[in-house]
Design a protein around this ligand. Structure first.
Ligand code: CA
Length: 228
């Protein structure tokens, strides 16, 4: 059974999400506080996707996210945000999350997002497991990791998929739509902005000077390109 962690302190929202996940074929592991969520993740290493509410009684959802990522956990993370939260602030704080869903959300939208993320994080082994070397980068497609100058760069699964897409297409301008389709899947409901959010974060992780990127360059009015 595919396990999804549901961290939400409001019991009625949590049970609404849990019922819909069960209908969609997922096993929901419930948590009402940040501490509980971290315990459940430690106890259930087979959880592949976590839904994290932001406003919680003990710590905020971003802190939960940071702590999950601090353990180098490759889990897919979706933040549940309220419409009243300013999106710029939310995306700026999404340091380790892969996606966000704004409340109120429809069950179909939520499960489509989880399905898409599950596919990305489901550990699909690539048959031609190998290394892609483009100095200073080395991409290991077997364990889905990236090194820069021999140093491991901690990436989320989504970030890894974006880097792989770029490294498979060096010098080619990729539109935001192409990136969204390739990384999140064609059935993804979200906005193109999520591409920019992830690229901004990737630049901080891999560029020598994120304000003057040399690896992920902007193609104005279109998208991004790997290389100058
Ligand atoms: Ca809440």
């Amino acid at each position: 059974m595919k396990k999804v962690l549901v961290l939400e302190d409001e019991a009625n929202i949590r049970s609404f999400v849990v019922i819909n996940l069960k209908r969609a074929g997922y096993e929901a592991i419930e948590a009402a506080t940040g501490e509980e969520a971290l315990e459940q993740i430690a106890r259930n290493p087979d959880i592949k996707v976590a839904l994290l509410d932001i406003m919680l009684p003990d710590m905020d959802g971003f802190e939960v996210c940071r702590r999950i990522r601090a353990g180098d956990n490759k889990i897919g993370i979706i933040m549940l945000t309220a419409r009243t939260q300013e999106m710029d602030k939310v995306t700026g704080l999404m340091t380790g999350a892969d996606d966000y869903v704004t409340k109120p959300f429809s069950p179909a939208e939520l499960t489509a997002r989880i399905d898409a993320l599950y596919r990305r994080t489901g550990g699909e082994q690539e048959p031609d497991a190998a290394q892609v070397s483009q100095p200073p980068f080395l991409l290991n497609t077997r364990n889905r990791t990236l090194e820069k100058n021999g140093q491991r760069v901690k990436l989320t699964q989504i970030e890894y998929s974006i880097v792989k897409l770029f490294m498979d297409n060096p010098g080619k301008a990729l539109s935001r739509e192409e990136i969204l389709d390739a990384v999140w899947g064609r059935d993804y409901f979200g906005e193109l902005k999520i591409v920019d959010v992830n690229v901004r974060r990737l630049r901080i992780k891999i560029e020598d000077d994120p304000t003057n990127p040399a690896y992920i360059t902007t193609v104005w009015g279109y998208g991004y390109k790997w290389g100058l």
